[in-house]
Design a protein around this ligand. Sequence first.
Ligand code: NAD
Length: 374
Amino acid sequence: MPNPKKLLLLAGDGIGPEVMAEVKRLIGFFTQSGIAAFEIEEGLVGGCCYDAHGVAVTEATMARAHAADAVLFGAVGGPKWDTVPYDARPEAGLLRLRKELGLFANIRPAICYPALADSSSLKREVVEGLDIIILRELTGGVYFGEPKTITDLGNGQKRAVDTQLYDTYEIERIARVGFELARRRRNKVTSMEKRNVMKTGVLWREVVGEVHAREYKDVELDHMLADAGGMQLVRWPKQFDVILTDNLFGDILSDIAAMLTGSLGMLPSASLGEVDAKTGRRKALYEPVHGSAPDIAGKGLANPIAMLASFGMALRYSFNMGKEADLLDAAIAAALAKGLRTADIKSPGATIVNTGEMGAAIIGELERLATSPR
Ligand code: NAD
């Protein structure tokens, strides 16, 4: 069996531990069937860590996150921690991980499984079979640029300032991730910015174009204004393969893309950092897009697919196990095609299952697919 892969599991709060339990079962299946060995560590993050240690993430967990090949993150937060000090709030744990691991590239696939095409708010023919990626720059831009202030002007008025700021290197490195992703897919990148009204948009387009001309001429590259891109995303999303965009536009466009696919419980994500000089691997954190869903926590109602698919992204992007990731995607599609649904994606005539039953069904399909002759 190949070298064990070091995974740090941070389940977090609310439904986090429930959906992470299904990942642990899946890892058990991979290990038992000899497909891959994982070295698993677990830690606390978010509200549960605050309860135990008074902080949202401990130094020891941060050290283990740095040492891991990949971090799998569940979800954090809940009403119980609404009044804790700002620096110790559950989200602070996630933000610290993203910042200290230098996770500048956020990958959000929007995949519409055929069996779920009717749960989208768009027409079936617009979304059925959709498979696109929104690649968002995650550590720069207007969310972090200085100055970032509210000043009292003394005349009954205040002035708020945010600063949108990008350096060449930040655009170059995210562009490279985009072109590399496209090469493993349908080989097309659409870069979105607002060069008509923003200087950062002018530089963004220029730098993406230069990286393309220098290093990735084989990939098809289009440029689109981000507002027009939003419109195209709901008009005919299948025209895209990889959408490459900055932090602010990526935040908005990825939420639009999320709605194309039906439910929050279906959406995985990956955040990647620089390639580690020692291991040759990128720092990486994988997490579902959804939060801790306190309204359904502890009831077995959570859909585990976003979490399982996040593990699938770890197989693909951290462990070079694209074949196994494809199998997992096929197993998810097969379980859905059998009519199995958690409550969030229920449809007339479907069989409603709980978190554990959905996890078991997907592993069952995986086992069938892995052993069936192809
Ligand atoms: P949420 O994503 O937790 O829930 C929104 C709605 O979607 C809820 O009705 C919930 O029941 C449903 N839902 C979410 N995931 C589901 C799943 N896997 N299966 C079935 N249904 C699912 O967002 P929210 O309600 O705005 O936030 C709840 C808490 O989560 C807050 O404390 C918030 O700060 C936190 N949060 C954390 C993260 C994170 O950890 N990355 C992200 C978003 C929100």
